[in-house]
Design a protein around this ligand. Structure first.
Ligand SMILES: [Zn+2]
Length: 89
């Protein structure tokens, strides 16, 4: 899934003459902004801690494995390179 593709190909209808309740285009832009906030928060501390071939939690909270899994999962579907810091650095 490439979110930018869907944003680019979906027409904004909330600014049209006969606006409908929801606007997928603007919802997608809002989703992209929230996702970027999440990425920025995790990446501000160095991303995810990497030990050998294994990813641990975020550098800011190395025990929080589920958050790192969710982050890497989002990076995968959005075709974004995850930021990581090697444990021994
Ligand atoms: Zn719109």
């Amino acid at each position: 899934m490439n979110l930018q593709y869907w944003i680019d190909t979906t027409e904004c209808v909330c600014g049209s003459e006969r606006p409908i309740e929801g606007c997928l285009h603007c919802d997608l832009i809002s989703l992209q902004q929230r996702l970027n906030d999440l990425f920025r928060t995790i990446e501000a501390t160095g991303g995810v801690l990497q030990s050998g071939e294994e990813f641990l939690g975020p550098v800011g909270e190395p025990e929080w494995f589920d958050l790192a899994d969710a982050y890497i999962g989002l990076c995968t579907v959005l075709e974004r390179e995850p930021v990581y810091t090697k444990e021994d650095e």
